[in-house]
Design a protein around this ligand. Structure first.
Ligand code: ARG
Length: 464
């Protein structure tokens, strides 16, 4: 690769860039992935310059034709990226000039790489947010389908990871659905601040050409041109915000992962993940490992790290553009790739999980999960809650000693602790009685799960 003094800015330089410095300062190895957005931005810019009378129609057409050929070359793997040309912007511009001659050199009129790169990243992140949104929706559709199937499946609900009260598995899955709904909204909200156009800010102060930013704004599908040129070229808060929304989403996926890992263990044995989402061990022939949820759990670290990198990158930067900002791309791109990969794996895997209903039920039957129901029963019969708590506590102590759950004790055994207890107590001590009694919006009753699934479906429909 040649390392002659750079064609695009070499005018005032007396010696070529040091070979290591050229590599050290180049970004083309990682920013070339924005080639489509870069070309899209250039096409819009050239179109606007023609409307503004800066370029002729012939020049515009040559530029657009040249850029479209370059795009084809890149996509066919024919394009030769050069480190000496630093970044995606100068590589494409140099290729354009090589293709169409002197007109190629006019494209950069009224523009700087500073507003160009800020525009490219925003277009890129906007496109990726749209993909992420549709993957979140796909995962949520899977959860609704599964929750509907599992509306009547009873499992232990936990607090402190100790058996607390019976819940329906459908209800548990709908908790995940709600977490993801908020993640979806966070990305929608982030997108509003991403979709603002820096183009026209030029290097930092705007340009002396009669540009019409409304035209490029409309052509590129931005909501509005950025109000202030200094801010437009410098701030990467939108990338930070994207990583923040991604971090919260990843955090939610680690919570789901953790439960999936626990539930597939022999100790819980609540679910089975199809073999295609698991791997084995090279030494222990019996092993089937839940690699996908484990990896998702682990990958959260990268995304949190990228959020911290970008916050630190931006911290204390004086206005306007600084080269520091070139460091925004690798964390941002890796956060995007990680989030998309995790969502894809989950959207494929979660709806395919098989519940082991009998084991869930068995687990709910152990651990005195209907103790609160017994206390509520006594309260309904007129006993103050604190006294009821005491009665049930003693019954549980007896149960631990005698190895019986509350529902397995005889009426006489239960009546040792309070004569308020009558034969109707067994209606509340059953798992079905316990879950179906929690029959209000947000409660675990099967009928509420079905109603929540229906509302969930119409919420998803409103997205499109
Ligand atoms: N590759 C640079 C970046 O990613 C493009 C902008 C460079 N601007 C400059 N004045 N050197 O930020």
């Amino acid at each position: 690769m040649s390392n002659k003094t750079n064609q695009q800015w070499g005018g005032r330089f007396n010696e070529p860039t040091d070979a290591f410095v050229a590599r050290f300062t180049a970004s083309v190895e990682f920013d070339q992935r924005m080639y489509r957005q870069d070309i899209q931005g250039s096409v819009a810019h050239a179109t606007m310059l023609t409307e503004a009378g800066v370029l002729t129609e012939e020049e515009r057409d040559a530029i657009i034709q040249g850029l479209s050929e370059i795009q084809q070359d890149i996509e066919a793997g024919r394009f030769e990226w050069s480190i000496a040309l630093e970044d995606v912007h100068m590589n494409i511009e140099a290729a354009l000039t090589a293709k169409i001659g002197i007109t190629g050199k006019k494209l950069h009129t009224g523009r700087s790489r500073n507003d160009q790169v800020a525009t490219d990243i925003r277009l890129y992140v906007r496109d990726e947010i749209d993909l992420i949104l549709s993957e979140i929706t796909r995962l949520q559709e899977g959860l609704l389908m599964l929750a509907e199937q599992e509306a009547d499946t009873i499992m232990p609900g936990f607090t402190h990871l100790q058996t607390a009260q019976p819940v329906t598995f459908g209800h548990h899955l709908l908790a995940w659905f709600e977490m993801l709904s908020r993640d979806y909204e966070r990305f929608v909200d982030t997108r509003k601040r991403v979709n603002i156009m820096p183009l026209g800010a030029a290097a930092l102060a705007g340009t002396t050409y009669p540009i019409q930013r409304e035209i490029t704004c409309k052509l590129l599908g931005f909501d509005a041109p950025a109000e202030n040129s200094l801010d437009a070229v410098s701030d990467r808060d939108f990338a930070i915000e994207f990583c923040a929304a991604s971090s919260v989403l990843m955090m939610h996926m680690t919570r789901m992962s953790e439960e999936l890992v626990l539930w597939t263990s022999a100790q819980f044995n609540f679910i089975n993940l199809p073999d295609r989402f698991c791997t084995g061990s090279s030494i222990m022939p019996q092993k089937k490992n839940p690699d996908v949820p484990e990896l998702v759990r682990g990958k959260s670290g990268r995304v949190y790290g990228h959020l911290m990198s970008l916050l630190t990158l931006m911290k204390s930067q004086p206005l306007a553009y600084n080269k520091d900002n070139q460091e925004d791309k690798e964390p941002l791109f890796d956060a995007i790739d990680t989030v998309k990969g995790c969502l894809r794996a989950f959207a494929d895997m979660v709806p395919a999980l098989e519940s082991r209903k009998e084991n869930m039920r068995e687990a709910a039957l152990r651990g005195f999960s209907t103790a609160t129901d017994l206390a509520d029963y006594l309260v309904r019969k007129g006993m103050p809650f604190r006294d009821a708590h005491e009665v049930v506590g003693k019954s549980v102590a007896y149960g631990i000693e005698s190895g019986k759950d509350l529902g397995e004790m005889s009426l006489e055994e239960l009546q040792q602790f309070s004569d308020t207890i009558g034969a109707d107590v067994f209606e509340v001590l059953t798992l079905e009685g316990s879950v179906s009694a929690r029959n209000h919006i947000g409660g675990t009753a099967p009928s509420q799960v079905r109603a929540a699934v229906a509302r969930g479906k119409s919420r998803l429909q409103q997205r499109v």
